[in-house]
Design a protein around this ligand. Structure first.
Ligand code: 8LH
Length: 467
C-alpha cells in the first residue's frame, strides 16, 4: 500500500499525473477484505499508542476490561466502548487545555481549532504538525477523486475561524497544488463581495455549506449576475445535509451549472473528508484507510448489516495528537457494501448523512427527518428560497407545520400550491403536515449551517416545568 505507515509519513512532493484517476491506486482499489486486515493491524497499533500516551483511553478501557492486545478481529473491536462528545468535553474541563486524550507533548501542538461552543463548553482541537500534514494529504486525495486539479482555483466560502471545515478544505486544496482563495463567510455584506471576487479571480471550485451556496446564488441574482455565468466547474460541501439530498443538489447544480459533491463527518475525526464523494452523484464513500467508519446500531454500538440504517462510529487511523477511537457521531445514515462498480472498494452511504438522531422528531408515531422535508419543499416549483419546520403540540398530539417561502406564484393559486406540497409531504413522511405559504425573503438566510426546525414543544415543556 502506498505511504501507509504508523505513525503516518507522507512524501509531500508526490502528486499523480493530472490524467490519473486515483491518487493512491492500491489503497483505493484493493480488495476490501485485504484492506480490512491492514486496518485491523493499524487499529491495534493506534490503540497501543493511545494506551501508552493518553490517560483518557487507558482509564476508559481499564474500566471496560479491555486491553489493546485483546482486539484480535474487527468483531472484537466492536466491543471497545464508544467515546461520546460529552466525555471529551468533560475531560478537557478536567485536563485543560486539550484533555487527557492529547497523546503528544503540548509543545508539539502547532494548530488550534475548536467547536463553535454554541451549545455547552467548546472543545479545543490541538493538532500537531504531523497530523496537520496527514489531514492535508488525506484531503488532497479525496479532492483529487472529485476531479479537482492543480489548475483549479478553490474558493473556501465558510468561516475561517475555529471551524475545521474551512481549514481542512484549505490545506487539502493547497496540498493538491490548486490555487486557494480563502474568502471565508459570515461577515456583513460579504456575500455580494464574494460574487464579484469570484468573477475576478476566475474561481472554478466552491467549498462551503449547501445552504450558503443557495444563498450565494440568490445574492448573485440580486446583483444582476447569473450564478451559472460565474464559471464554477464544481462545488463540494460539508457541514450539513444537502449535497446528497436530491432537491437541494439539483437546485445547486442547476443554479451554477456545475457538479456537486458531498463530503464531511465530524471535526474531531479530521480528516473529516474521509466521508467523501468520488462522483457527481448523491452519496459518499467511506475512505476506510483514513478513518475507519462503522455504521452501528445506536444502542449497543455494534455494526449493522450492509443495507441497514445506523449511526456512524469513527476511528482515526492517522491521527497522533488527539486520536479518536470509536467516536460516536449520533448522526444517521445507511450504508452499502463496497462494490467494484464504484471504482473504489469502499463502503458507500448512498444518501450521505441525512440527519442527527437529536434532530429526528416523531409526529403521530412516525419518525421524521428534517432533510426529508427539505427534499420535498425544495423540489417544488415556486419555492422561494427558505422554509421553517414548526413542531407544536395541540392538546396531547404533536403537529407539524411547514412555512414555505414562495416566489412567482400568483396569489389565487397559493392555496393549491401549498396543497400540492402538503400532499407530497404526506406521501413521503407518512403523516400530514400543514403547509403555510409565506412571502419570499421572510426568513433569514445563513452563511453557514442552516437551523430550520422550530420546536414549539420545547417552549411548552419549559413553561410546564416552570409551573
Ligand atoms: C453533515 C455533513 C454532511 C457534517 N452531511 N451532515 O464540515 C465537516 C466538519 C468539519 C464539520 O462540519 O464538523 P462539525 O462542525 O464538528 O459538525 C459535525 C456535524 O455536522 C456532523 O455530526 C453532522 O451532523 C454534520 N455534518 N458534514 C450531513 N456532509
Amino acid at each position: 500500500m502506498e505511504q501507509w505507515s504508523w505513525p503516518p509519513r507522507y512524501d509531500e512532493s508526490y502528486r499523480p499525473e493530472p490524467g490519473q484517476r486515483f491518487w493512491f491506486p492500491r489503497r483505493e482499489t484493493m480488495p476490501a477484505q485485504e484492506r480490512d486486515e491492514a486496518i485491523l493491524a493499524r487499529i491495534r497499533e493506534v490503540m497501543a499508542y493511545a494506551w501508552e500516551n493518553a490517560p483518557f483511553y487507558r482509564r476508559k478501557w481499564d474500566e471496560a476490561g479491555i486491553h489493546p492486545s485483546s482486539v484480535k478481529s474487527l468483531s472484537d473491536f466492536e466491543k471497545v466502548p464508544v467515546v461520546r462528545k460529552e466525555e471529551l468535553r468533560a475531560d478537557q474541563a478536567a485536563h485543560e487545555p486539550f484533555g487527557s486524550y492529547l497523546s503528544v507533548p503540548v509543545s508539539e501542538v502547532k494548530h488550534v481549532n475548536g467547536t463553535s461552543g454554541t451549545t455547552g463548553r467548546p472543545t479545543a482541537f490541538g493538532i500537531s504538525e504531523r497530523d496537520w500534514r496527514s489531514v492535508a494529504n488525506a484531503h488532497a486525495r479525496v479532492m483529487w477523486a472529485m476531479g479537482i486539479r492543480q489548475d483549479d482555483t478553490v474558493l473556501v466560502a465558510s468561516p475561517l475561524s475555529l471551524y475545521w471545515g474551512s481549514w481542512g478544505a484549505y490545506i487539502g486544496a493547497e496540498r493538491l497544488g490548486a490555487r486557494v482563495f480563502p474568502f471565508g463567510a459570515g461577515t456583513p455584506g460579504q456575500t455580494a463581495r464574494t460574487v464579484h471576487w469570484m468573477r475576478q479571480m476566475g474561481v472554478t471550485v466552491f467549498y462551503g455549506t449547501p445552504s450558503y451556496a443557495l444563498h450565494l446564488a440568490e445574492v448573485a441574482a440580486d446583483e444582476g449576475v447569473d450564478p451559472a455565468s460565474l464559471g464554477l466547474r464544481k462545488l463540494f460541501f460539508s457541514g450539513e445535509p444537502g449535497a446528497s439530498v436530491p432537491a437541494i443538489r439539483s437546485r445547486i447544480a442547476g443554479a451554477f451549472g456545475a457538479q456537486v459533491y458531498d463530503s464531511g463527518s465530524m471535526a474531531e475525526v479530521s480528516p473529516w473528508m474521509h466521508l467523501g464523494a468520488a462522483s457527481d452523484e448523491p452519496g459518499v464513500l467511506c475512505w476506510q484507510d483514513l478513518v475507519y467508519t462503522e455504521v452501528c446500531d445506536p444502542v449497543h454500538h455494534h455494526r449493522v448489516e450492509y443495507g441497514a440504517e445506523g449511526t456512524p462510529v469513527y476511528t482515526t487511523l492517522e491521527r497522533t495528537s488527539q486520536p479518536m477511537i470509536r467516536l460516536l457521531s449520533n448522526d444517521l445514515t445507511r450504508w452499502e457494501a463496497p462494490s467494484a462498480a464504484r471504482g473504489r472498494s469502499y463502503p458507500f452511504l448512498p444518501n450521505g448523512i441525512y440527519g442527527r438522531i437529536d434532530d429526528m422528531f416523531t409526529v403521530r408515531g412516525e419518525n421524521v427527518y428534517p432533510s426529508a422535508i427539505d427534499d420535498v419543499v425544495m423540489a417544488a416549483d415556486g419555492y422561494g428560497g427558505e422554509h421553517r419546520i414548526v413542531i407544536s403540540r395541540e392538546s396531547t398530539m404533536d403537529s407539524l407545520a411547514v412555512q414555505v417561502e414562495y416566489k412567482d406564484v400568483p396569489e389565487p393559486s397559493l392555496q393549491a400550491w401549498a396543497g400540492g406540497i402538503a400532499e407530497k409531504l404526506r406521501k413521503v413522511l407518512g403523516v400530514g403536515a400543514k403547509v403555510v405559504p409565506v412571502a419570499h425573503q421572510t426568513f433569514d438566510r445563513t452563511e453557514f449551517k442552516a437551523r430550520r426546525v422550530v420546536d414549539d414543544r420545547d417552549l411548552l415543556r419549559r413553561l410546564g416545568s416552570a409551573s
